[in-house]
Design a protein around this ligand. Structure first.
Ligand SMILES: [Zn+2]
Length: 69
């Protein structure tokens, strides 16, 4: 069992990696109902004008994570 294959409860759910092979390298603790630490939330919840400038390539999986909050 790869214990890095799922986000830890109570911890930041920031994911890195390719589809089917994600890791959750961020161990920052977050409050119940909060998906990401402050640093990663700032990356995930990018304002539309910022996202237009630097679009992630093929981030299909990221979309579902963005809705997890
Ligand atoms: Zn984080």
């Amino acid at each position: 069992m790869d214990k890095l294959s799922l986000p830890r409860p109570g911890c930041c759910k920031w994911a890195e990696g390719d589809s089917g092979n994600y890791t959750f390298p961020c161990n920052v603790r977050v409050e119940a109902g909060v998906s990401y630490c402050a640093d990663h939330a700032a990356i995930v919840y990018i304002p539309p004008e910022e996202r237009r400038r630097s679009r992630p390539n093929g981030g299909g999986m990221n979309l579902s994570f963005r809705r997890a909050a």
